[in-house]
Write a protein that binds this ligand. Structure first.
Ligand code: SF4
Length: 155
């Protein structure tokens, strides 16, 4: 297990213990940004959609639609979806709470998940992200969304 995978495993165990932070760790958010948006060598996720009304991007795979609260990344002081401490990804990508490591077929195909898993953790710091605290209203909205999503996920 490389260092990046150890960090991911640590975050998963903290999440599973009900860690009560109101925002993701910075490196966790950086990984989520890589998973959704890619970079100069990793393609963006095929589920990533440009918002028509809110100036950002949202996930087309999770079924939450294009709303102010489903924008994945908002620069500046605003709390965005990728800041939420417990966040599921339909593709179970690195950085998300339901992350599952690439399977042998994905490794053989060297797909996006595999490329991110072997990404040099030292390079993560080149991804500049904000780490804002949520307002009470924002936090309540994201809590509610997370509860709805987890009730829809297969047990
Ligand atoms: S499927 Fe996952 S990685 Fe892709 S845009 Fe949605 S949340 Fe991001």
């Amino acid at each position: 297990m490389n260092f990046l995978n150890k960090c991911i495993a640590l975050a998963m165990s903290l999440d599973s213990r009900g860690f009560t932070n109101k925002k993701a760790f910075v490196w966790e958010k950086q990984l989520r940004v890589l998973s959704c948006f890619g970079n100069e060598s990793i393609l963006p996720c095929s589920n990533l959609l440009k918002s028509e009304h809110h100036g950002g991007h949202y996930c087309g795979g999770c079924g939450c639609g294009d709303t102010p609260y489903t924008q994945l990344l908002v620069y500046g002081k605003s709390y965005s979806k990728l800041d939420y401490p417990y966040l599921s990804c339909p593709l179970k990508m690195p950085g998300f709470s339901n992350y599952e490591p690439a399977n042998p077929k994905e490794i053989e195909e060297n797909n996006r998940k595999t490329q991110i898993e072997i990404y040099d953790i030292m390079e993560l710091d080149k991804i500049i992200v904000s780490n804002p605290d949520p307002s009470d209203v924002e936090y309540q909205v994201f809590e509610k969304m997370a509860k709805i999503k987890s009730s829809q996920e297969p047990k």
